[in-house]
Design a protein around this ligand. Structure first.
Ligand code: GTP
Length: 387
């Protein structure tokens, strides 16, 4: 999953990490420790021993005090304490010198806009090549820039950590638009909750309905399916097979019938049988097919769904994002399901779709089995990319 994207982001992280490494400079030791370094400074020879013995006494006292209680029942510790207390001034001095050295080797860096110009350009290209929509790629690079430019940052051994964290935050932020917990919603909503699934042909809409039905059924809800794709030959039977396999009722009419009537009947059935959830299939259609889009608007108007869920395949990249935006204009969607993420190397649609539509991703389809449905969580997603 997302292997190409992982490669590209890792390339960016490494090259900017290297640049930071080259730019990083040793830092002045912090104030407190500076005074300790002064004790061993050859420029103050008369006071050095005095000061040093003062500090050493403090250290020894610090170390002895808390252990006094242990001393009474652990005789071996007494030796330790004695050893510490009897360190020569030279030994104490060496301890302080090594402490000072460790501090001097800490490094920090400040990046300015110019430092980042080229790497951020490379990042933007890498994101575009991963099928991330232009506005989203710009938003990500802006976030990375604002996190890295200007502020003074200390670095540890691995400079790539800093870059990775900036990227993680940026990706998380663009993907977490209007986070919405579908499970909470269903738990609290008036029943039956009605969800209509929309999208183009062949992207995995019917399979996603079956997966969603199974998921809710496993959670203890009773689910009814509405075979609202009366347009495509075989679509009704296909949904029936899925319904039988996952063990939920399917309401169906004749092929070529009015989809709004099927959906209406499914809701009546659910009310009569106190079912919790109705999931309605609709005919796949291109967003450019105006007649079919008008028909979809009618289905959504007549059946007043609680949620309209857009389904598309992650492998379609930018096309999926564009379709989501256009369906959202026709019948305001509440969220998306992205299928076939298991076969998607680029990750562009998954990263862009929530940002572009302003509506959250609800689930990711991750295989052909009924359980291959992952509730979407931006943090989980970002972890997958950097695992
Ligand atoms: N690898 C993989 N395949 C999937 C996933 N979801 C669906 N598929 C497959 O995609 C194909 C199309 O799925 P359908 O559910 O029939 O697609 P649809 O959108 O309902 O198509 P229409 O009925 O033509 O509207 C099937 O072979 C599914 O098994 C997924 O998450 N991963």
């Amino acid at each position: 999953m997302f292997n190409k994207l992982k490669e590209k982001l890792s390339g960016f992280t490494k090259s900017l990490g290297k640049q930071i490494d080259e730019k990083a400079i040793p830092v002045e030791p912090a104030q407190e420790e500076e005074s300790e370094i002064d004790f061993i400074s050859p420029s103050t020879p008369e006071t050095e021993e005095q000061l040093l013995s003062g500090v050493a006494t403090e250290i020894v006292n610090d170390e002895v005090e808390p252990q006094k209680t242990i001393v009474s029942d652990q005789t071996t510790d007494t030796k330790d304490i004695d050893a510490k207390a009897s360190k020569s001034p030279e030994q104490k001095k060496t301890g302080l010198v090594s402490k000072a050295k460790a501090l001097v080797f800490e490094r920090e860096f400040i990046l300015d806009e110019k430092d980042l110009e080229e790497p951020l350009w490379d990042l933007q290209i890498a994101l575009l090549e991963s099928d991330i929509a232009l506005t989203v790629a710009e938003a990500i690079t802006e976030e990375v820039k604002s996190e890295l430019v200007g502020s003074r940052r200390k670095i540890g051994k691995d400079t790539t950590d800093i870059v990775e964290q900036a990227l993680r935050n940026a990706l998380y932020n663009v993907m977490s638009a209007n986070i919405f917990d579908l499970d909470d919603y269903v738990r609290n909503a008036r029943k039956p909750v009605h969800m209509v699934f929309v999208g183009i042909n062949g992207t995995g809409k019917t399979t996603s309905i079956a997966k969603t039905a199974k998921r809710f059924k496993d959670m203890g809800y009773s689910v009814v399916l509405a075979a609202g794709d009366t347009f495509r030959a075989g679509a009704i039977d296909q949904l029936q097979i899925h319904g039988d396999r996952v063990g939920v009722k399917v309401i169906r009419h004749q092929e070529g019938g009015d989809p709004a009537a099927v959906v209406y009947d499914a809701i009546q059935y659910a009310k009569a049988h106190r079912a919790d959830i109705v999931l309605s299939d609709t005919a796949g259609r291109m967003h450019t097919n105006l007649n079919l889009m008008e028909q979809l608007k009618k289905v959504c108007r007549v059946s007043t769904p609680d949620l309209i869920i857009f389904v598309d395949e992650a492998v379609a990249g930018n096309d999926a994002v564009e379709r989501a935006a256009q369906f959202n204009e026709a019948v305001p969607i509440n969220g998306s399901i992205l299928t076939k993420t298991d076969a998607d190397a680029k990750g562009g649609a998954a990263i862009s779709i929530a940002y572009i539509t302003g509506k959250p991703i609800l689930f990711l389809g991750m295989g052909q089995g009924y359980d291959d449905l992952q509730k979407f969580d931006p943090k989980w997603f970002v972890d997958q990319i950097f695992e």
